[in-house]
Each structure stands twice: as structure tokens, then as C-alpha cells.
Design a protein around this ligand. Structure first.
Ligand code: COA
Length: 184
């Protein structure tokens, strides 16, 4: 599926995205709120999984490229949350939205721009709610959640099941937003 915004093209993964996405996920500064960087092999596997999920579910995290020059800025999208994460969260949320952007593109509001378009898509297919989760320490990502109208839900605070007890990135927070056409 292709979504075009003012400055971005949100589109299915292509093989040409694998090397730039590996550079983004291999950057320790981009990944400072994750326990570690990803190897190129892990990035390839993530892209393969995203392609498969999009085929079976109709949507998943996709590539985001700059309209002006076609450069890949990273990934943005909505997807069914992994079971292991859902099980750790009190409300057992179904669909998440997320983003990982290369650092040379930060600070221009590109993640919120792409994420807003993904929320519009989620509402257009009738999803009732979308959540986002991140490490409590990841304030930049929480700013994106706030900018797109999501609300922090303290009842859903959780400890990431794959991060060891005592690790500073283990405490996670959840933000949520309801489909506006289902309100009232
Ligand atoms: C979080 C992220 C997607 C934000 O993308 P973005 O396109 O820069 O979004 P914005 O321009 O709206 O900036 C959002 C916040 O990021 C922070 N930020 C922006 N530019 C930054 C920079 N150059 N250095 C550090 N932080 C920066 C600010 O806190 C900003 O909030 P503000 O606009 O109120 O000042 C991006 O920083 C990123 O990909 N980070 C690494 C991956 C990650 O943590 N993903 C989320 C996993 S849940």
C-alpha cells in the first residue's frame, strides 16, 4: 500500500531499502533506547517479516522515503503487536504504531507526519484503537506520540519481557488513541 503525505512516500519495502535500513538500525545513537543495535541479517529478517505480515494482515511497518529525492528516512507504520508484548500489557492492545528514523532526518517533524497518515489509514479500515509503546526513557518517541494526539495510559506501564530486570530500558510506557469516528 502506498500513502503519500506532504513530504513523504510511505510504501512497501523494496530490496534497495535493505542497506540504508541496516545503516539506521546499526547506528548506536539511533538505537540508544534499545538494548542493542541490529545486524544487517536481523534487519533483513525484520524486512522479510514485515513483507509477510503486510501480505497476510493487509498492513505492517513500511518504508518511508523523502518525496523530494527518494532517500529512505526509515520505517513508519502500524502492525499487530507481538504476542509477547501484548501479554505483558494490562489492556492486551492489538495494533501498534511505530517509527525508526535515521538521525540525519530528525527534528523536521517527519515521524509525526508519516504517523498521522498511518493513523488516518487505520481509521479508514475501521480499527477501533491504536497504541504505541516505548522505553520510559525514550522521550523523543513519546513526543511523537503526543504530537499525533496519543495519550499516556499509566495503567498500561509494563516491564519489557525481553529486557533483563534492573536494565534502565526495561520500564516501558503505553500511549493510545481511539478511532475518532467511533467516539461519542
Ligand atoms: C523518535 C523519532 C522517530 C522522532 O522522529 P522525528 O522525525 O525527529 O520527530 P520530530 O521532528 O517530531 O521530533 C520529535 C522529538 O525528537 C527529539 N529530537 C528531534 N530532533 C532531535 C535531534 N536532532 N537529536 C535528539 N533528539 C531530537 C525532540 O525531543 C523532538 O521533540 P520536540 O519537537 O518537542 O523538540 C526519532 O528520533 C527516532 O527514530 N529515534 C530512534 C528510534 C526510536 O527510538 N524509535 C522509537 C521506538 S518506540
Amino acid at each position: 500500500m502506498k500513502i503519500v503525505t506532504e513530504r513523504l512516500i510511505l510504501r512497501p519495502w523494496e530490496d534497495r531499502d535493505r542497506a540504508p535500513m541496516a545503516r539506521i538500525h546499526g547506528d548506536p545513537h539511533v538505537r540508544r533506547f534499545y538494548p542493542r543495535v541490529l545486524t544487517p541479517q536481523e534487519v533483513n529478517a525484520d524486512i522479510d517479516l514485515a513483507i509477510e505480515r503486510a501480505r497476510t494482515n493487509g498492513f505492517h511497518f513500511q518504508a518511508a522515503e523523502l518525496k523530494e529525492d527518494g532517500r529512505l528516512i526509515g520505517l513508519i507504520g502500524t502492525g499487530f503487536a507481538p504476542d509477547v508484548i501484548r501479554a505483558a500489557i494490562l489492556s492486551n492492545p492489538e495494533v501498534e504504531i511505530g517509527w525508526v528514523i535515521g538521525k540525519e532526518f530528525w527534528g523536521r517533524g517527519l515521524a509525526p507526519e508519516g504517523a498521522r497518515a498511518w493513523l488516518d489509514y487505520a481509521w479508514s479500515i475501521g480499527l477501533p484503537e491504536v497504541v504505541a509503546f516505548t522505553a520510559r526513557l525514550n522521550l523523543p518517541s513519546q513526543r511523537v506520540m503526543q504530537k499525533i494526539g496519543m495519550t499516556y495510559d499509566p495503567d498500561d506501564d509494563y516491564r519489557h519481557p525481553r529486557i533483563p530486570e534492573g536494565h534502565p530500558l526495561r520500564p516501558h510506557v503505553v500511549y493510545r488513541i481511539r478511532n475518532p469516528s467511533l467516539r461519542g
